[in-house]
Write a protein of this length. Sequence first.
Length: 195
Amino acid sequence: MGRKKQEIPKSSTREYKTWSWMKARCLQKKSGNYKYYGGRGIKVCDRWMVFENFLEDMGKQPERSSLDRIDSNGDYTPENCKWSNKEEQMNNTRRNTQITYKSKTQTLAQWSRETGIPVGIILKRLKSGMDYADVFDASTVKKYMIDGEKINLTATVDRTEWLKLKTLGSIKGLSKHQITEEAIKFYNDAHIDLL
């Protein structure tokens, strides 16, 4: 006689935990995230009040994924939910600024990755009222080599680039707003080369 396979209690599965958290944030006022969900009017559909229905509609939760609402202002329903990885989730928050350029809509972070222009520079250009063609023109971002590493440089450098400049170029005592072409010229003798 073979051994009977022991069943894992459903309450210990990732899907069940996700389902529980979804309900808590929408229904329990004492939940830490209630103000961002139930407090904003986000609801769980009647069908999903039963775990088995949620599991049937969503299926098994893939590794490194979480429950994502396609419309971040919409309810938790089969039509509005999917399993998403962390990057997809981060791009689908209501805090994100969506920008449509050349019939393509993306977040600032996505445009930054695509163009190679730091987010801070894109924001600065948008706030200045530049035309989108100029905002997303990567050729206007000056690039420098410091100790063999490529660095983007503009009149205002984002924090990541500033840290690279400060560390790799041994630049000390300058705020990020003081790093201009004049500052770079000063350090040209010390291993900074224009690309």
